[in-house]
Each structure stands twice: as structure tokens, then as C-alpha cells.
Design a protein around this ligand. Structure first.
Ligand code: TYD
Ligand code: MG
Length: 448
């Protein structure tokens, strides 16, 4: 087949016959790299007859069938189990635990006779990893192969219903002359695997590494192509891992699963709040508990603030696991509406447990922690803060207030400070005191 040189944007996949410095599609600089393309042969497709076109009503479906993996956290993220014939991309930083997760998944579904195809590690390495894992099913089928055409043939001839490809960056098609991991290769291989999944009705999981800026290498094209994208996240220095659904053709993308990496593989964390709150220092100033949502699940987290006199001319503002602009807005509201001065202080905010909080309903908790640190007065350790702060200092209502309150009650907290606006429908929980507030100023007066 004839091949021609092209240039592809590593960020968005835009193709150009010449090298260009700035991508006209995504406006990124220096993202073009040389690649090859296969010149397409004339299509042999013939006419579409009337019989090819159908109506919705005529399409028969079996009742939706899913393979239950027995790993609750994993099933939840997929929307209730593995759909036969689906192509799922599992992304994540190198070393985060993708191979471990997939190996444990395989071991859990012997009835699906999974086939684990490795292009990255030797069979011995997989064996060593499996020896660390509890209850490993030793009849798991393994194949060490990188040629996608051979992989394709193996999938078709095997009696498996779940296939794992570890990883998409290591497989290649010898029909094209590009290096493994390049956009052309990744796209070509993924497309072939997609067709195989659809034709055979076998579910295919492809593991994909994530580049430094957080996108899945080989990039958006792959995300468009597959049915489901799940991402395995976490900070290396912490043992928690969050499995997050970024795209799902068969379910909601709101769900997350929480795992903990141990010496013997990944364990499910069925009650994340308990884990995130363990080991906290009570009776210290600058600490507040917030009720946040991860997908459809309420999770309680500890936020920490440290306000200290600044030694330099320009006071520092630093946020770890929280949006810097949001922090600056809260500081501005506290200055303007309550008259608290942070101007000569350094301000640090940290979310405990290595979680990134992207939820404006934590504003109230952050504000309380900031004031607590500024005044050096600890907050009540049995209180949970829920509420978004607006620019006029009003405390705004948040979604799923009842679920958050119930989570706080379940974990033994006594009091929830919540937006008054959210209490229009009466939320009752006999185990916890609910204190509605309207203005951040009244909350601060009540607390200190
Ligand atoms: P791995 O699954 O190889 O990551 P990935 O496929 O995403 O690159 O997991 C790598 C890390 O997990 C490695 O640093 C070792 C650690 N690990 C454990 O802590 N406990 C275990 O039981 C296993 C198997 C791995
Ligand atoms: Mg791996």
C-alpha cells in the first residue's frame, strides 16, 4: 500500500501536509510531528438498497445483558457491569495501577474466560504480579503479542468474552510504517479492535497511558472512537486511587470508584469518607470538614487552611487540591463582606488525602477553615460545612443536600451548617442538627 508523509497535531489530531508551528484547530504551538498515512484505495462499496434501511421499531434488542465483575466499585463506574461488544479505554499515569486493576478484574470473572494480552511486560512479569494478588485465578489466558493483526486473529479464534490489551501504545500494525505509540498506529490499532469488538460481541479493554498534561496519549481521536473512557487517578504518594468515568455510551459519567493500593493489590473502598477522614488532627485551628459530591456519591473531606503573617512584601497564596481562583474569590468576599484582612498574611489551603476538590459547595468549609486559622480558634470537630458562597456573601444552595447531610449523620457528626435556601423542602434527619444560614457573615458570627 502506498504511504505518504503527513504531519499530525499531537493535541487534537489535526492533519497537515506540511509542518506548521501553530495548530489551526486547537491553537497549540509546536504540536506537529511527522507521521505517515496510508493512501486509501478506491472504495468497492456498492449501492445501498431499500432493505438496508430500517426503523427503530424493527431493531430487536435482547434485554440489556452485562457481565457483573463482582468488584462493586468497578461495576458502578461502568454503569452496572461490562457490556459485551464494547470497547473501553482505561487511561492513567504510568505506575498508577492499571495493569493490577485489569489483572484483578480478570481473576474475578472466570466465567467470561478473559484473555489478557500484554505488549509491555513479559509473561513472567505478569506472573510475578499475580503472585502478589489474593485469590488469583491461575487458569487466566495470557498472550504476549504486539502485532495487532495477530491479536485480532487471536481474539476472533478464542472463546473469551473479555479481552484486555495492555497497552494500546505498545501494539502496532505492520501494514503501516509508523512507530508504536504514534497517533497513526494508535488510531489504526484501536479502529481494528473496535471492529473486532463489535463483530464478535466480545468486550475489549484497552489500557492507554496518559501524557504529562493529563490527556490520553494518542489522544482525542481515541476518546471519540471508544464506547467508554475510564481514568484511573491518584497521587503516587497516597495509596488511594479513584476510578472515574469520563465518557460512557451505556451509562452515566458521574460515577466514581475508590480503591486503595495495598501490598497485595487493590482493595475496594466502600466507604470513602471514613478513609479520607481517618488520621485527622482534632482540635487544631484551620481544619474544617466539608460535604462534597463525587458523582452521585456524597463524600466527606477535610480541608485545611493556614494563615500566617507574611515575611515578604507580596503575600503568598497557595492551594493544593483546590482551585486558586476560587480561593482568591473567597478571600475577597471575607475581606469585603466581613472586614477580615488577609492582605498581610500568607494563605495556604490543602485538601487532605490527595484529592482534587472541584466543587463550589465546599466554599463555606474553606471560608470557615480560613477564619479559624486567622483567629487561631479551632472549629467544632463534629460540624460539617456545606454551601457555595456568592460574591455578595450569600450562602447559596447546592445539589443533593439531603444525601450530604445523611452521609454526615451516618459518620457520627452532630451538626451540619447548610444554605437556608436549600431547606425549602423539609429535610429531616433525627440524628443530626441542621443549621440553615443565609449569609457568610452570620455563619462566622455563630461560629466564633
Ligand atoms: P501497575 O499495575 O504496574 O501500574 P500501571 O499498569 O498503571 O503502570 O502498578 C504499579 C504500582 O503498583 C507499582 O509501583 C507497584 C504497586 N503495587 C502495589 O503497591 N501492590 C501490589 O500488590 C501490586 C501488584 C503493585
Ligand atoms: Mg502496566
Amino acid at each position: 500500500m502506498k504511504q505518504k508523509l503527513i504531519y499530525i497535531c499531537q493535541n487534537c489530531g489535526f492533519e497537515s501536509p506540511r509542518w506548521i508551528g501553530k495548530c489551526p484547530q486547537c491553537n497549540e504551538w509546536n504540536t506537529f510531528i511527522e507521521d505517515v498515512t496510508v493512501t486509501k484505495k478506491p472504495s468497492t462499496a456498492t449501492k445501498i438498497g431499500a432493505s438496508n434501511i430500517t426503523t427503530l421499531a424493527d431493531i430487536s434488542t435482547d434485554a440489556e445483558y452485562r457481565i457483573n465483575t463482582g468488584i462493586t466499585e468497578f461495576d458502578r463506574v461502568l454503569g452496572g457491569g461490562i457490556i459485551p461488544g464494547s470497547l473501553v479505554l482505561v487511561g492513567g499515569d504510568p505506575g498508577i495501577g492499571k495493569s493490577t486493576l485489569m489483572l484483578q478484574l480478570c481473576s474475578n470473572i472466570p466465567q467470561a474466560q478473559p484473555l489478557y494480552i500484554t505488549g509491555e511486560e513479559s509473561l513472567q512479569q505478569i506472573k510475578y504480579r499475580s503472585m502478589r494478588l489474593p485469590k488469583m485465578d491461575t487458569s487466566l489466558q495470557l498472550l504476549a503479542e504486539t502485532n495487532v493483526e495477530l491479536i485480532d486473529a487471536a481474539i476472533k479464534s478464542n472463546n473469551t468474552s473479555v479481552v484486555i490489551i495492555d497497552s494500546i501504545q505498545s501494539v502496532l500494525s505492520d501494514r503501516i510504517d509508523a512507530t508504536p505509540g504514534s497517533i497513526t498506529q494508535v488510531r489504526e490499532c484501536a479502529m481494528l479492535l473496535m471492529q473486532t469488538a463489535k463483530k464478535t460481541g466480545k468486550a475489549v479493554f484497552i489500557i492507554g497511558h496518559v501524557t504529562k498534561d493529563g490527556s490520553i496519549a494518542g489522544p482525542k481521536i481515541l476518546e471519540h472512537l471508544v464506547d467508554t473512557v475510564i481514568q484511573f487517578e491518584g497521587e503516587k504518594q497516597y495509596s488511594y486511587r479513584i476510578l472515574r468515568c469520563l465518557k460512557n455510551r451505556f451509562g452515566s459519567t458521574n460515577e466514581i470508584g475508590v480503591f486503595e493500593m495495598s501490598d497485595s493489590g487493590l482493595n475496594e473502598v466502600l466507604n470513602p469518607s471514613e478513609v479520607f477522614l481517618s488520621g485527622r488532627n482534632e482540635d487544631e485551628s484551620g481544619v474544617a470538614i466539608v460535604g462534597t459530591m463525587e458523582g452521585a456519591r456524597p463524600i466527606l473531606l477535610e480541608v485545611q487552611a493556614l494563615v500566617t503573617p507574611s515575611n515578604y512584601g507580596t503575600p503568598q497564596r497557595s492551594a493544593n487540591g483546590y482551585d486558586m481562583r476560587r480561593l482568591q474569590m473567597i478571600l475577597a468576599v471575607l475581606e469585603k463582606r466581613i472586614g477580615l484582612h488577609f492582605g498581610t498574611n500568607d494563605v495556604f489551603v490543602n485538601i487532605a488525602g490527595g484529592v482534587y476538590l472541584n466543587d463550589s459547595s465546599c466554599d463555606l468549609g474553606i471560608a470557615a477553615a480560613l477564619v479559624s486559622s486567622l483567629r487561631d480558634v479551632p472549629l467544632d470537630t463534629k460540624t460539617v460545612f456545606i454551601g457555595e458562597i456568592g460574591l455578595t456573601g450569600e450562602v447559596r444552595s447546592v445539589s443533593a443536600l439531603e444525601a450530604r447531610i445523611n452521609e454526615a449523620a451516618k459518620l457520627g457528626f452532630d451538626r451540619c451548617i447548610v444554605p437556608a435556601a436549600g431547606i425549602n423542602k423539609v429535610i429531616k434527619n433525627p440524628n443530626i442538627t441542621i443549621k440553615p444560614i443565609e449569609k457568610i457573615s452570620s455563619a462566622i458570627v455563630d461560629l466564633f
